[in-house]
Each structure stands twice: as structure tokens, then as C-alpha cells.
Design a protein around this ligand. Structure first.
Ligand SMILES: C[S@@+](CC[C@H](N)C(=O)[O-])C[C@H]1O[C@@H](n2cnc3c(N)ncnc32)[C@H](O)[C@@H]1O
Length: 232
């Protein structure tokens, strides 16, 4: 159902107004810590950063606030998510550092070797064309450039899986439905996590796109993963 770019863009357009609030509420604010860890792992003071599937811009804002990049461009398929991101950037007085563009990750509107850093938080599992999108991220990075990807995973321990299943497949869809009045969106989100690849399998896709020095780090019992890679 949410397997085309138009459908994915429309889904996030529909939930954009509730996205930030629900994100922080449903993750008990742990999502901020996961993004912070990704930001901390970046090299200091890069010039140009591209934040792919930027949504409402939380990662882009955190990167600039931590002094990790001078300029960040955030791209996304959903104009409504971008509009909220633009307002946040104005509120934080960061309009000279962060800008947004409507773009598909599988066809990035930038020259080869433009960015020192490419980042993506909780976007890749939604990509209709994963390999093409990873190849695009590789293309726009300068040699020596760094990639950081955050994505949900499925915990390996049985106890954590039970907690996770209850939380993500029972509680989250109900709360999401009540707050956003959107049934299918909050059914899709947990399903997309369970059906997506993670760990070594995801590293293989990064290798296939050309990346080297790949690694991943589990966050909070394996609920989230931080992937690192370099373009040599
Ligand atoms: C779960 S949100 C994550 C937003 C943000 N990065 C964050 O950490 O909160 C996923 C985002 O990916 C975007 N997206 C999905 N497929 C995309 C694509 N092919 N190109 C660009 N953005 C895409 C959606 O529009 C949505 O805003």
C-alpha cells in the first residue's frame, strides 16, 4: 500500500502536523538521544552536509547546533514535513545554515562529490528504491566523506521482542490513531520496521553502493541502529 513514492509522500503529508509530538511521546524522548549519538559520531566542522529524508529537520538542526556542519540541506518527498522543518529552523534562527528542498533520494538534484557528510535518520526503510537511493548518497559525497544512517531494527532478545511487539504493534497504532485520526499510517509504521533489513544485511547493501569502513552500533537493546560508512 505504501510502496510508491507518491504514497509515501502522501502518508507523511497526512501525519506531518502530529509527527514531532508523537515521535517524542511514543519513543519517550529516546529518539533525541539516538540522533545525538549519530551527531556526536560525525567529524568536526564539516562544510556541507546533506540530510536525506529530513522530515521536519530534527537531525539537520542537531547537526548545526553541535557545530558539526556549516551548511545543511535537508531533502524530503513530503512538502508538509518540510514546511514544519522550515518553521522550526526560523524559530531556532538557523535560516543561514539550513535549507530544505523537495527531492527524491533516488534522484538527488546535486552534482557528484558535493557534500562532506550525508545523513539520514529513520528514512531508509521507507525508500521505494533502496539501492538506487544508497548509490545516490554515495555519488554526492566527496571522497573521504562520511555517511551516518539511523534506522529502527528488531531486538534480538526474546524479552525485548515481547515488549517491543506490544509497544509498537499494539500501543503505538492505537495512540497514533487517536491523536492523528489516521488508522493506516500508524499500522504501516511498525510493519515497515519489522519487514526492513538491519545489521549485517544492511551493511551488505552499503557495500553494494560502494561504501567502505562500514559498521553498525545497536542503540537501546537493538531498537535502533546507527550505521557508519565512508566513501574512500
Ligand atoms: C520517519 S520520517 C523521518 C524524518 C526525520 N529524518 C526524523 O528523523 O524524524 C521518514 C521521512 O522519509 C521521507 N521519505 C520517504 N521516502 C523518501 C524518498 N524516496 N526521498 C526523500 N524522502 C523520503 C518521508 O517523506 C518522511 O518525511
Amino acid at each position: 500500500m505504501y510502496d510508491t513514492k507518491a504514497n509515501i509522500g502522501a502518508l507523511f503529508d497526512r501525519i506531518a502536523g502530529h509527527y514531532d509530538g508523537l515521535n517524542h511521546l511514543l519513543s519517550l524522548n529516546i529518539d533525541k538521544r539516538w540522533r545525538h549519538e549519530a551527531v556526536k559520531s560525525l567529524p568536526d566542522c564539516s562544510q556541507f552536509c546533506l540530510d536525506v529524508a529530513t522530515g521536519t529537520g530534527d537531525l539537520a538542526i542537531a547537526i548545526v547546533q553541535a557545530g558539526k556542519a556549516q551548511q545543511v540541506i535537508g531533502v524530503d518527498l513530503s512538502d508538509k514535513m518540510i514546511n514544519i522543518g522550515e518553521k522550526k529552523v526560523r524559530d531556532f534562527n538557523l535560516t543561514t545554515n539550513i535549507s530544505f528542498q523537495h527531492a527524491d533520494c533516488a534522484a538527488l538534484p546535486f552534482d557528484d562529490k558535493t557534500f562532506n557528510v550525508v545523513t539520514c535518520s529513520y528514512g531508509v526503510r521507507n525508500f521505494a528504491e533502496l539501492d538506487k537511493s544508497l548509490a545516490e548518497m554515495y555519488r554526492v559525497l566527496v571522497p573521504g566523506g562520511e555517511l551516518r544512517i539511523l534506522e529502527f531494527a528488531y531486538p534480538t532478545s526474546r524479552v525485548m521482542r515481547s515488549v517491543y511487539d506490544f509497544y509498537f504493534t499494539k500501543l503505538l497504532p492505537i495512540v497514533g490513531r487517536i491523536v492523528s485520526h489516521d488508522k493506516s499510517a500508524y499500522d504501516y509504521l511498525p510493519q515497515s520496521v519489522k519487514s526492513f533489513i538491519w545489521g549485517d544485511e544492511f551493511l551488505e547493501r552499503l557495500h553494494k553502493a560502494g561504501f567502505a569502513n562500514t559498521s553498525f552500533k545497536s542503540q537501546t537493546f537493538g531498537i535502533s541502529m546507527l550505521y557508519k560508512a565512508t566513501k574512500l
